[in-house]
Design a protein around this ligand. Structure first.
Ligand code: SF4
Length: 324
């Protein structure tokens, strides 16, 4: 089986943007690929944070991933800091990565531009990402378009290390572009993101989901119920495509274009479709929340399995570099 690596920040409970844009895809891929899925807490500490809060958010992310359908019998699911070989390989890659290449990374420039003092970890973030992927010799990485530049750096890193030490040792990981469109936030303005406060939590109860859906942005040109709408510019329609049956999606488009119903009617149908998919996830999450020790055991077991692969890679890397 080809091997796939996926990482996600411990941002707490998943929201439907990262569920639809990434995690739902990983749940399907775990049947076709040997899947390694990592909650990347070492990456999370490049920003400001509270230790207790990070601990809680890491646990919540583990529960969200399991509840969403990541199956520890199929995928290796673990927390990054439990496999310290990631940072060892990152240090090694730091010694062969040109600083100029890191400074050209778009995400670095955006984030660093907002800070008075830039931690070196922010600059070296993509080097750790390269280590995350290459330590498992993953040949495939599911990414959104905004991550392609970082993946290119991982490929460059593999080429550079191979050229210096062992030709062909690290595979150059290929991107598997996520098919789902970028999920916009409820404001319809920007990508769904916790920091922008425009999300719906994957585990939120139905009443809370409705409170967020009701005022959510629709086609801005549809001012009155009698105005025909354009579903193609409406984020609610995109969410129907993700959650509703194909028949319902067609019905939504017809009703919208003919002003056959109002946006509240449309949102009620979406709410029901979401509930179909999200209710079982909430139930699984509630069962896991009631058994935190079981969750810790599952994550520990994942870390042990990941570490067996990572430590094997590190022995070979140390030997090739004269560090043994
Ligand atoms: S009817 Fe539905 S798809 Fe059309 S604008 Fe309103 S919410 Fe959007």
């Amino acid at each position: 089986m080809p091997r796939i690596f996926s990482g996600i920040q411990p941002s707490g409970e998943l929201h439907i943007g990262n569920y639809l844009g990434a995690v739902k895809n990983w749940v399907e891929l775990q049947h076709e690929f040997e899947s390694i899925i990592c909650v990347v807490d070492y990456h999370a500490i490049t920003g400001t944070y509270e230790p207790a809060d990070l601990r809680r958010r890491t646990m919540e992310m583990g529960i969200s991933l399991l509840a969403a359908g990541i199956d520890p019998a199929k995928a290796v699911l673990f927390v990054q800091s439990r496999v310290p070989e990631h940072t060892e390989l990152a240090w090694i890659f730091n010694t062969i990565t040109p600083v100029g290449e890191l400074e050209r990374q778009t995400q670095y420039k955006e984030k660093a531009g907002r800070l008075e003092s830039v931690p070196a970890g922010l600059l070296n973030y993509p080097v750790l990402q390269a280590a995350d992927i290459l330590i498992y010799k993953a040949d495939t990485v599911p990414v959104g378009e905004d991550q392609l530049q970082h993946l290119e750096l991982s490929r460059d890193t593999a080429r550079r290390w191979n050229a210096k030490f062992v030709e062909g040792y690290f595979p150059e990981p290929q991107a598997k572009l996520t098919q789902t469109r970028r999920i916009m936030g409820l404001d319809g303005q920007a990508k769904m993101s916790k920091s922008l406060g425009n999300t719906i939590g994957l585990l939120e109860p139905p009443a809370a989901v409705w409170e967020k859906l009701r005022p959510a942005m629709t086609d801005p040109a549809r001012v009155r119920k009698t105005d025909p709408g354009n579903p193609d510019v409406c984020n609610i329609y995109q969410l129907h495509k993700a959650f509703s049956t194909p028949g319902t999606v067609d019905h939504v488009a017809v009703q919208c274009r003919s002003a056959g119903w109002g946006c509240i009617d449309c949102k009620k149908v979406l709410h029901a479709s979401m509930e179909q998919e999200l209710a079982p996830i909430r139930e699984r999450a509630a069962a896991l929340q009631a058994e935190p020790n079981k969750v810790r055991e599952l994550l520990d077991d994942g870390a042990q399995r990941a570490r067996r692969i990572a430590s094997g890679t590190m022995s070979e890397v140390r030997q090739a570099m004269g560090l043994d």
